[in-house]
Design a binder for this molecule. Sequence first.
Ligand SMILES: Nc1ncnc2c1ncn2[C@@H]1O[C@H](COP(=O)(O)OP(=O)(O)OP(=O)(O)O)[C@@H](O)[C@H]1O
Ligand SMILES: [Mg+2]
Length: 457
Amino acid sequence: MKEKILLVEDDINTLNGLAEILEDESFEITKAKNARQALAAMEKGTFEVVLMDYLLPDQDGLALSKMVLEKNQDIKIIMMTAFGTVKNAVDAMKMGIYDYLTKPINLDELLIILRRALQEHRLIRENQSLKSKLNNKYRFDNIIGVSGKMQQVFQKVAKVAQSDATVLIRGESGTGKELIARAIHYQSKQQGQSLVEINCASIPENLLESELFGHEKGAFTGAYKMKKGKFEVAHNGTLFLDEIGELPLSLQAKLLRVLQEKRFNRVGGVDNIEVNVRLIAATNADLEQKMTSGEFREDLYYRLNVIPIIIPPLRERLEDIGPLTDHFIDKYADKESRLLKGITDDARKTLLAYEWPGNVRELENAIENAVVMCEGDHIESEDLPGYLKGKKNTASSPLMDIVMDDNELGYKDKLEACEREIIRQALIENDNNKTRAAKNLGFTLRTLRNKVKKYNL
Ligand SMILES: Nc1ncnc2c1ncn2[C@@H]1O[C@H](COP(=O)(O)OP(=O)(O)OP(=O)(O)O)[C@@H](O)[C@H]1O
Ligand SMILES: [Mg+2]
């Protein structure tokens, strides 16, 4: 596609001459003899560059530039001026004009500036489209959650994104911790800066310190060059410490010091390095238990847990199973180029009845699998992995035994815990249809709705 240039020049010979030369260079040229024509052209087409004369019959170049930039702030304006006074040039640059040329125009110089302007324009556009893609990917419409519990999580995400406070995301494996961490970054004011991720569980202990804090040349065998750590790379952006529960104790102490002092040394280094980093940590580990057993430092826990976000397991938010299923069917039908219309009621019931120990990740894998296996235009129960029919999220729940044996709970609490469990099961068995579940339970629909709200089901 040819690059589009708007050429504004009142001297007809210069206008035609320049247009011809630039067309020979494969640019697409639109000609305007005055400011009015230039603005009219901008209404009709889009341009990457405006090459304009400073002296125009109806407006001066600065006034026109201002109007052009108001219409399109990314456009690159190159001014041609017969005077070439420093004053003009300075005013022009202050206004956001890309560059200027003095008449008589040197063609080589014009082409160099033009190509540079076009390249810069292209980079800005690419950057913008990348950013909007990223934002789009982590905006909430790709994070599915209709349940009250997920709605609460989303509200919290929107709020913490506005602050710089440290966030600790907790939840079982596969609940979407990483997704939420990214959503926070891409909604925060750090969104244009880097998001640096490090998984504390997947890097051997002896390498983790240098990964986090970097090392100086010669700090240890094999350290041939100075290397910046993730903290330094994330400067002004966000550092996401995933699986923080697996951080070895020695590094917990170092991390704590960085959080307190906001500076650190590279491994083998003496200089203090100061960084400004927004920290998000995540874990599926039972940190309270790890603190009791001495595997996780309590002081670090309090430093990290400034704003806790807890993502509930999928089995506690049945309403999300349907929408997540539809989302993953769309995603994988698209990926596999399959024309799938949806999923049968029977198969939906199977999904609702399963316990989902692997949470959303497990559901996603099950649907990907089913999309591949399915031969008709709907996913049927038989297309789903067989094990889903085994582990039922229903009557066999040991919850009541646990509740009855718990001596800390009073009868009222026990009654409520059991009532919650019974209602939950009735909802599962009735495919989340509240009218039918209410009938089975002997409640009015209104009573059921109140209880669902009360028990956060
Ligand atoms: N609410 C959601 N909407 C859409 N997709 C989701 C949602 N939650 C999780 N997923 C998808 O499920 C998969 C697992 O999510 P993610 O990796 O964020 O989980 P995690 O909590 O970090 O798991 P782990 O503890 O195992 O690291 C990903 O493919 C993610 O895109
Ligand atoms: Mg994760």
